[in-house]
Design a protein around this ligand. Sequence first.
Ligand SMILES: Cc1cc2nc3c(=O)[nH]c(=O)nc-3n(C[C@H](O)[C@H](O)[C@H](O)COP(=O)(O)OP(=O)(O)OC[C@H]3O[C@@H](n4cnc5c(N)ncnc54)[C@H](O)[C@@H]3O)c2cc1C
Ligand code: SF4
Length: 460
Amino acid sequence: MDWKEVYEAQEKGVLNAQAGRCMDCGVPFCHQGCPLGNLIPEWNDLVWRDKGEEAMERLHATNNFPEFTGRLCPAPCEASCVLGINQPAVTIKQVEVSIVDQAFDNGWVTPLPPARLTGKTVAVVGSGPAGLAVAQQLTRVGHTVAVYERDDKIGGLLRYGIPDFKMEKDHVDRRLDQMKAEGTRFRTGVAVGTDVTWEQLRRRYDAVVIATGATVPRDLPIPGRELEGVHFAMDYLVPANRVVAGETVENQINAAGKHVVILGGGDTGADCLGTAHRHQAASVTTLAIGKQPAAERAPHQPWPTFPTLFEVASAHEEGGERTYLASTVEFVGENGKLTGVKVAETEFVDGKRLPKAGTERIIPADLVFLSLGFTGAEPAGITEQVHADFDGRGNVARDGYYMTNTEGVFVAGDAGRGQSLIVWAIAEGRACAAAVDKFLMGSTTLPAPVAPTDRAISVL
Ligand SMILES: Cc1cc2nc3c(=O)[nH]c(=O)nc-3n(C[C@H](O)[C@H](O)[C@H](O)COP(=O)(O)OP(=O)(O)OC[C@H]3O[C@@H](n4cnc5c(N)ncnc54)[C@H](O)[C@@H]3O)c2cc1C
Ligand code: SF4
C-alpha cells in the first residue's frame, strides 16, 4: 500500500549470471529491437567482467536516461534476444537499470559540459523525455538551450503521469541536476502560446523544438458521460502524483471505499489501478473492448518481432478484476451521480467491434476512469502562432529531418508520433537534436538513431 517502487534492486550474483548468459551474437537482434540501438552485448559483457563504470559509459553512449527506460520500458529488446527463441531472454532491462543505479550510487554520473559554446540558441518546449533528450544533446555540443515547461516542475509524464510505485521522482531530479550543471536552462510555469507566444520564441531563438507530448485524451461520448464520477484518467493520476510529492491538492478525486471501473487496458489503466488500490478502493475492475491477448507468441508475430502478449504489470499482480470483450454502452446514474456502467459482450461484425444485443449487464461503479489513449497534440497556439501543420492523425507534421513546415521549428516525441513510449521519445529526441545541430551548423556529429517515419518496434 505504499508509494515506493515495487521492484527492488536485483542481487549482484543474479545480475552477473544474467549478463553472462548473453551470447555476444554475430547479429545481435536486440540492437534492432531497441529503438535507441543500445549496445546490449557490450554492456552485458562489461557487467559480467565487473567493469561497472565502463558498462555505464557504453550504456550512456546511446541512451541519455537509462534510469527511466530501465524502469519503464516494455523491453522490446528482450522480445528479440536470440536466447528467447527457445528459452527465457536475458533480463536486459534489469541489467540496464542496475548499471545506471550503480553508476549514480558511486558518483560516476558527472556533468559533461561542452568544451566551447557555438553562440546558437535553442528553445525546447516541453520537458518530457523527448524534450530532455533534445536539450541534453544540444547543450553538450555547445548550443545554449532553454527548456520551457508549463507545469511547475520538469519531467512531463515522467513527473506527473507515471506514479511513484513505477518510478520514484528522485531519479528525475538527479538527472536534472546533471543537466543543469551542464548548462541547460529550465523555465517552469511558462505555457508557450499564452504566457509567451511561439512567435516570440521563434524570434528570440535560432531554433525551436516542439516536444509538448500528445495530451488530448480520447473521450467516450455515450449516454451518461456527463454524470458526476466519470473522469479522464489523467484527472485522477496527476493530482494523485502531486499529493505523493507532498503537495496539497484541492478537490482531489479519491477512490477510498468506492467501486472503480477503468476503461482501457494499457499503461494508463494499470497506473489508475495501482493508484486506486493504494487509495483503498472497495473494488477495481478494468474493462477492455478487445480480446484477451495470448500468453504465447502468435504465429503471425514470430521472433524477433515484438508480440502482443497478455501483460501483467505489478499493479495487476496487486489485485483487481480484468474483463475482456466488454463494450461499454452507457454510464448509468441517479441524481446526476454515477452508479454503474452498462456493458455488453463485444462481437466482431465486418471487422468492427460492436456490443452484442441482449448481453447487457450493469457493473456497479462510483468512479470511472477513461484510459482510452490520446488523440494527439494540443493544436492551440502551434497552428495559429507558428503555422505548423498537423497530420491526419492529430500529430504535428514533420519532414524526414524532424522539421515542421515552418523553417527552424522542429518536433520530437509524442507531439510528432502520437502517444508512444519513453524509449521512442528519447530516441526521437536524440535524432531531432542531430537534425537541429545540422540546421544550425551545416553538419553534425550527433547520432540519429531513428527517422520520424520509423514506427515498428522490432523489424527484420
Ligand atoms: C499514465 C501514463 C503512463 C505511461 N507509462 C509508460 C510506461 O510505463 N512506459 C513507457 O515507455 N511509456 C509510458 N507512457 C508513455 C510515455 O510517458 C510517453 O510516451 C512519453 O512521456 C512521451 O514523452 P514526450 O516528451 O514526447 O511528452 P510528455 O512526457 O507528454 O511531455 C510533454 C511536456 O510538454 C509540456 N507542454 C505541453 N504543452 C506545453 C506548452 N504549450 N508550453 C509549455 N509546456 C508544454 C507538458 O506539460 C509536458 O510536461 C505512459 C503514458 C501515460 C499517460
Ligand atoms: S531502452 Fe528498452 S528496448 Fe532498449 S535496451 Fe533498454 S529495455 Fe531494452
